[in-house]
Design a protein around this ligand. Structure first.
Ligand code: ADP
Ligand code: MG
Length: 744
């Protein structure tokens, strides 16, 4: 479609921003609005709030200072004035002329004179004067004006978008195709698509500003619902489609149940029984299982997974378990061997990880291929190496591996063979509504109960100065027969240890959590707001696992058996170290976050995390979950460096306050935003154009319900023509937006 203002060069710039079509452009909504009809008077500003102000340029110029060039602009309204400051901004020289009208947006700060305020680094826009064209004046002055994130430098700025979007909407007047079913819109009281788009970009006079800024106008609600509805509809259809595939109908008769019973080392919790019941039901169905097993750290997911695998084995099939790290794969391998040690039908268990030596890998592959390996445990190597199974019945994977992996496993089965069952495990305590919705193509089982006999973990914050005391405490615990972990953020020097667990929280402390403001905040902004910058220089001050292992071993922990574990050790060395720690031959394990997920040594009762301020909240929670697994009283010590950012502080306080994974997850979601929380890139979750996982939670649930209704019982409500239209839109939207995630 031809849009005035968009030539080939601009089109290329837009494509780089993910805007391929006119529709994409229309769905790039303003991220805030300015009320230029009723601008805020200077004397009504309130310190600490964000405000947009329109004023007349009274003066401007560069000030000299040791901090570099500061540009100062004085805005006036009658007798009141306000100063705006920009740092390192010589480029603003000559931009403003006295008498011009400027709109600025920023945080209201107190100024030296008690009467006046100032703004630091506000966003600004020169308002059109009489010489500007009519269109610009119409769109930017005397109305509620949309403000957009730039789609490419100065050129495709907010002003450009206003014009292009306005023209686009004009040319489409009366011809925007509705994609949601009419009766549904009516029932929910939502506006049609064209109206919604127009009003989200150019709100009618009188629209409440608070509703606009919160994306809570009828127009916004409609667009948010639309986006979520099509996501949920796609997920729902995928689920239904899966039911049509041929799977394996396993038997779970008395002999099989007895086999499970025989190896079970403890009484399962009610939650474990319920989850296993759900899994067994699925496995007995003739279509493939696609189930998510969700449970907080320590809730006992492993045994449930092993039992599912055992059912497959008892039925004459192979079972595979794919873990996120080599250490975890190794641990599961050892645990499985122990579990089945005295089984009547002792299965053959094989480990396959990337850093095994070639001959061991070759042997594992041939055993998998011939079917002699009944239980196969490994890492990514399971899909990377040339592995083919003889008769794969069930696959257990962790959440990070979910996307893409199922596909590959499917390829690994022989043609015409039934599809294996899949159980996805996650320790991320995603709030239930979110889990239900985001994993809409999976059925959900939740372990909402911890095994009995756990005592709460005592969590303390200790500053650097208290280190000696901490080591003394570790020593005392070891003397009482316990073991301890000491975790560092880096292996050696400043290298992070996250290559295996590739959902690293590369979070810069200085960056505020919301992505929209982040790009706007320069270095100067960070300096001014007093937030520390976790840049390269203080990375060098970080203590590392390798160095501290040496120091502790020869210093404060001399005489104890101190081991070292990190991601760059060979598979054999990792295995040996893990084994020795498990057997109690190592008292203190100095490690990196490689032990974050899943490591299970119930005798360990102390978790010391140095530089705790550097870790994300869910990471801290997972690390803490390594202790408190046995009956002994357990401790988590969060040691912090000299500087802790405000967000870091919030995380640490939350850790001390609660041990509830769901509560921490909610907070984490808020602090980090959903993209980072779920690791969007790795998890393959869709990026939303309009909706926000946090802000629009209540809409997710509704969208899900309506999607289910639409697919299931809607024949009466929706005439076939409506249904066809919705399906067509879904097909297009789904393929374009989510198609690469996982087809089929
Ligand atoms: P996670 O859900 O974090 O993977 P695990 O499966 O590692 O948890 O289980 C945590 C610990 O609790 C393990 O030591 C496991 O043996 C033990 N455990 C699990 N279920 C029970 C149970 N029903 N009774 C007693 N201990 C259990
Ligand atoms: Mg586990």
């Amino acid at each position: 479609m031809y849009v005035r203002g968009v030539g080939p060069r601009v089109a290329a710039m837009l494509v780089a921003k993910g805007i391929q079509t006119a529709e994409d452009l229309l769905y790039h909504l303003p991220f805030r609005y300015e009320d230029r009809q009723n601008p805020c008077p200077l004397d009504e500003l309130q310190v600490g709030t964000m405000a947009s102000v329109i004023g007349e340029v009274r003066g401007s110029g560069l000030l000299d200072s040791r901090k570099g060039a500061i540009f100062e602009l004085t805005l006036g309204q009658g007798t009141r004035t306000m100063k705006c400051l920009w740092f390192h901004a010589p480029y603003l020289e000559g931009k403003f002329e006295p008498g011009q009208t400027v709109a600025v947006y920023g945080k209201v700060e107190p100024s030296r004179s008690a009467r006046d305020f100032k703004m630091i680094q506000p966003q600004f826009e020169l308002l059109p004067d009489d010489s500007a064209d009519a269109e610009t004046r119409l769109l930017e002055a005397g109305r509620i004006t949309p403000v957009y994130e730039s789609l490419g430098g100065n050129r495709l700025n907010a002003r450009w978008q206003r014009k292009v979007v306005f023209r686009l909407l004009e040319s489409l007047r009366g011809s925007v195709v509705e994609c949601l079913p009419g009766p549904l819109l009516e029932r929910l009281g939502l506006p049609d698509r064209e109206t919604a788009l127009r009003e989200a970009h150019f709100p009618p006079d009188g629209t409440p500003m608070t509703a606009l800024q919160a994306a809570d106008t009828p127009a916004h609600r409609r667009l948010i619902f639309e986006e979520l509805f099509f996501l949920e509809l796609g997920l729902e259809l995928k689920r239904r489609k899966m039911r049509a595939h041929t799977g394996i109908a396993f038997r779970a008769d008395e002999p099989v149940r007895q086999a499970l019973q025989q190896v079970l080392p403890f009484d399962p919790t009610a939650a474990q029984k319920r989850a296993l019941g759900e899994i067994v039901n699925d496995m007995c169905e003739p279509y493939p299982m696609r189930r998510l097993l969700q449970g907080d750290v320590g809730s006992g997911k492993t045994i449930v997974a092993f039992q599912a695998m055992q059912i497959a084995v008892e039925n004459g099939y192979q079972a595979a378990l794919m873990a996120p790290t080599e250490i975890l794969a190794t641990q599961h391998y050892l645990a499985a061997r122990k579990l089945f040690e005295n089984a009547d039908h002792k299965p053959r268990i094989v480990l396959l990880t990337g850093s095994l030596d070639e001959s061991r890998k070759r042997q594992a592959r041939s055993q998998i291929n011939s079917g002699t390996a009944q239980i196969v445990i490994g890492t990514h190597a399971l899909i990377e190496e040339k592995v083919s199974f003889d008769r794969l019945g069930v696959i257990v994977v962790d959440e990070q591996h979910r996307f893409g992996v199922m596909q590959r496993f499917r390829l690994m089965k022989k043609p015409n063979e039934a599809e294996p069952d899949v159980l996805v495990m996650t320790a991320t305590p995603i709030p239930r509504t979110l889990a239900l919705s985001l994993y809409g193509d999976l059925d959900l089982s939740v372990l909402d109960e911890l095994p009995p006999g756990r005592t709460p973990i005592v969590t303390r914050r200790v500053p650097q100065a208290g280190a000696d005391e901490v080591w003394g405490f570790v020593r005392k615990q070891v003397e009482e027969g316990r073991q301890a972990y000491i975790v560092y953020p880096v292996i050696e020097g400043s290298r992070d240890d996250q290559p295996e667990l590739d959902f690293s929280q590369d979070e810069t402390e200085a960056a505020p959590p919301k992505k929209k403001t982040r790009s706007k905040k320069g270095k100067a902004g960070a300096l001014l707001t007093g937030m520390d910058d976790s840049g390269s220089e203080n990375k060098l001050e970080l203590k590392s696992a390798v160095e501290m292992h040496e120091k502790l071993r020869t210093g404060p922990l001399a005489g104890l058996r101190v081991g070292l574990l990190h991601g760059r050790m060979s598979a054999d060395d990792k295995e040996v170290t893990m084994r020795r720690f498990q057997r109690g031959e190592i008292d203190v394990l100095v490690s990196t976050t490689v032990i974050e997920v899943g490591v299970d040594v119930p005798n360990a009762s102390v978790m010391v995390i140095e530089h705790a301020e550097r870790f994300g909240l869910s990471q801290l929670h997972q690390l803490r979950g390594r202790v408190g697994r046995g009956a002994a009283k357990s401790y988590c010590v969060l040691m912090t460096g000299p500087r802790v950012s405000q967000i870091g502080e919030e995380r640490l306080q939350a850790m001390v306050r609660t041990q509830d994974g769901f509560e921490l997850a909610e907070l984490d979601l808020e602090l980090r935003g959903p993209g980072e929380f779920f690791g969007t890139r790795q998890a393959g979750l869709p990026e939303f154009r309009v909706a926000s996982l946090i802000r629009d939670r209540k809409w997710i649930e509704l969208a899900k319900q309506e999607a289910v209704k639409f697919t299931a019982e809607a024949r009466a409500e929706y005439p076939e023509s409506e249904r066809a239209r919705v399906r067509a839109h879904l097909k297009e939207a789904w393929q374009r937006r989510y198609g690469l995630v996982e087809a089929g």
